[in-house]
Ligand binder design. Structure first.
Ligand SMILES: Nc1ncnc2c1ncn2[C@@H]1O[C@H](COP(=O)(O)OP(=O)(O)OP(=O)(O)O)[C@@H](O)[C@H]1O
Ligand SMILES: [Mg+2]
Length: 262
């Protein structure tokens, strides 16, 4: 890696977390993973929300799961049998919520260590909250992405989460502001992502706009969210810091006229 702080041939391990529920952790995990895979990086998505798994649903593979992590934990199948190919360079280590007691923090740490030489990136989708499931998801990661929406409760919970995560000796902790409504930011009716990042004292990794439909399928590249996930992947993987400007379509007289006419 370009700044020398990552070991070549070893996966970068990142947890996607938030504190608050429903802010877009799973969407971001799948979106960033898809964008990293599109850059040619072998990426594994690991289900950290083992009881209320949703990564499989967001990736639209919930009907295709053959094995799950608890079967690895009890020795029924091998770890490699459990890894599910999703598309080029993208893989899922699923859980479907059975025998979750077997999926301990130690199991996660050991699993990540075994897979670190097999992938470029391992992204762990954390559950909401700061309890056992959070610890399990964070403990094997060396980097963290906190997801928040522009809402005050989400910002507060994200901030508290970032303080807790800092105790885990992370190499880097960054922020994604999700569900941003460009129009409100433009009219100054909502905090801007930069203001939120300042309040939370975290560097901004990316911004995802509010979308009607988040499509991570093959049509993904045509959506605005996909464009923002690509920018995030470029930042993570290539170090280019280019933040998606959710207010761009509200700026300038031509855009204002277009919107007024429509
Ligand atoms: N940018 C966005 N625009 C519109 N809808 C979004 C956006 N991001 C996420 N959503 C929607 O919000 C809902 C919650 O998203 P998601 O499941 O990713 O959140 P989560 O933080 O993983 O939730 P949980 O805490 O329950 O695991 C989903 O219906 C998802 O499609
Ligand atoms: Mg989730």
């Amino acid at each position: 890696m370009e700044d020398g702080s990552y070991t070549i041939g070893m996966a970068r391990t990142m947890v996607i977390t938030s504190g608050k529920g429903g802010v877009g952790k799973t969407t971001c995990c799948a979106g960033i993973g898809t964008a990293l895979a599109a850059r040619g990086k072998k990426t594994l998505l690991m289900e950290g929300d083992v009881g209320l798994n949703n990564l499989d649903a967001v990736l639209a593979v919930e009907d295709k799961i053959l094995y799950e992590m608890s079967e690895v934990a009890c020795g029924k199948i091998s770890l490699f049998e459990c890894i599910m190919p999703i598309r080029d360079n993208l893989f899922l280590l699923p859980s479907i919520g059975t025998s979750v007691a077997l999926l301990t923090a130690e199991f996660f740490m050991e699993t990540i260590e075994k897979l670190r030489t097999e992938f470029d990136y391992i992204l762990i989708d954390s559950p909401a909250g700061l309890e056992e499931g959070f610890h399990r998801s964070v403990v094997g990661a060396q980097e963290a992405i906190i997801v928040t929406t522009p809402h005050v409760t989400s910002i507060r919970d994200g901030y508290k989460t970032s303080r807790v995560i800092a105790q885990y000796d992370m190499k880097r902790i960054e922020l994604i502001v999700n569900r941003v409504r460009g129009e409100y930011v433009y009219k100054k009716e909502s905090l801007s992502p930069e203001e939120i990042a300042d309040m939370m004292q975290l560097p901004l990794c990316g911004v995802i706009p509010e979308e009607n439909v988040i499509n991570l399928g093959y049509a993904m590249e045509r959506t605005v969210a996909a464009m923002s996930f690509s920018l995030i992947a470029a930042h993570i993987d290539g170090g280019e810091r280019k933040i998606f400007d959710c207010t761009s379509s509200y700026k300038g007289w031509k855009n204002r006229l277009k919107r007024w006419l429509s």
